[in-house]
Design a protein around this ligand. Structure first.
Ligand code: SAH
Length: 361
């Protein structure tokens, strides 16, 4: 699919045509990654952040946030709980927190691997090559770092750079080189984002040959410059992509078409917009992963990258069967084991070929 076809799909609102797109994405998902839904236990290990991203509620200048950092022992408790309930992976996510040092993270990764055998995904923002090497050596399997938008001008406006930090695209290359499963993604409907920008984002997912792609709607946070209308109005120019569930499903389905073998989560931001049906619809429109939140209740409300995040899908022994029933209700099974992306497995076997060759194959 070329960029103009992607752009047309993103502008499509005919219900019949969209049903065709959902059908196509679902068939590709079934063929390439099967019916298993992989569960990744999300642990939000710190909400301290040194950055000033205009969209994110954790930004350093937001004084309204009560900051926390979990003790390693607490992270281990959450990981054991995720393992007990049947997750094959834990995702350690945080703001860009310098106190999560190379040693701190490496020790926690080593302990989780030794005690639970789970796959470990890190999502700790822009970090140095030395840190990424040390964490991979400690056993980290995957890394998530969204490029947020392929529009360089928009990205620069959203994400003030920091001296010494690796540029996001460079970091994605380093992660691949180090043998991580590499995940990225974007927000949908950020002020100033056009349909062509999103079409380019999807094209780029394919060119980067990503192992995991997360896309979620932008949800304005009142305590950020982008939540206060002024900044958003300044960025908005011409055609604007909607930050709604309908648009997000389209991006997810098109991502499945372009990246057939990637792991694609039904994101929490989407579930927040569509309580009670977001997971189900996403699973029927390309997604094959869910990331239930294992952050302890006392801290969950403080990890508000967008408002209401902490309120989504609290996980405990009582609500767990409901989550499993939701997966079964759309005819799917729970993934056993780590749920590695077939894309990455193929790369490990040395049979990976670049996007250009794949599309002509
Ligand atoms: N510090 C890490 C983890 C950030 S949270 C990093 O920067 O990679 C993970 C994702 O949440 C971000 O990549 C961003 O895409 C998303 N996010 C942040 N603020 C958001 C908002 N207001 N609405 C929707 N998604 C948001």
């Amino acid at each position: 699919m070329d960029r103009s076809q992607l752009t047309n799909w993103l502008r499509e609102d005919d219900a019949g045509r969209l049903t065709d797109l959902w059908y196509c994405a679902d068939a590709i998902r079934r063929k390439h990654v099967g019916d298993a839904v992989h569960l990744r236990g999300l642990i939000e290990i710190s909400n301290h952040c040194r950055r000033a991203c205009l969209y994110c509620g954790l930004r350093a200048e937001n004084r309204a946030v009560r900051r926390y950092r979990l003790e390693p022992e607490t992270v281990l408790l959450c990981a054991r709980r995720a393992a007990r309930l049947g997750c094959g992976t834990v995702v350690l996510q945080a703001g860009e927190d310098p106190a999560l040092t190379e040693t701190w993270v490496a020790d926690v990764v080593r302990r989780i691997k030794a005690e639970t055998g789970l796959a470990v995904t890190l999502s700790l923002g822009e970090r140095t090559r030395t840190e990424l090497e040390a964490w991979r050596a400690a056993g980290a399997d995957r890394y998530l770092l969204r490029f947020e938008t392929s529009n360089a001008k928009l990205f620069a406006a959203l994400h003030p750079p920091l001296n010494g930090a690796l540029e996001r695209m460079t970091q994605l290359g380093v992660l691949r080189e180090l043998g991580y499963e590499v995940g990225s993604g974007v927000m949908i409907g950020v002020p100033g984002q056009s349909h062509e920008d999103v079409a380019r984002d999807i094209e780029l997912f394919g060119e980067l040959n990503l192992d995991m792609v997360g896309v979620g709607p932008f949800i304005a946070h009142a305590d950020t410059p982008m939540g206060a209308g002024e900044q958003s109005a300044a960025l908005a120019a011409g055609e604007q992509v909607s930050a709604d569930a309908a648009q997000t499903y389209k991006v997810m389905a098109l991502t499945r078409v372009v990246c057939p073998q990637a792991n694609i989560p039904a994101t929490t931001a989407l579930a927040a917009l569509e309580p009670g049906r977001g997971y189900e619809l996403a699973l029927q429109r390309g997604a094959n992963v869910i990331m239930p939140n294992f952050t302890p209740a006392a801290q969950r409300d403080c990890y508000q990258v967008y408002p209401g995040k902490g309120a989504c899908d609290p996980v405990n022994e009582t609500t767990w069967p409901t989550l499993l029933a939701r997966i079964a209700s759309v005819g799917r099974t729970c993934g056993a084991g780590r749920g590695d992306s077939p894309n990455w497995q193929r790369r490990q076997r040395g049979t990976w070929c670049p996007a250009a060759e794949r599309s002509s194959a």
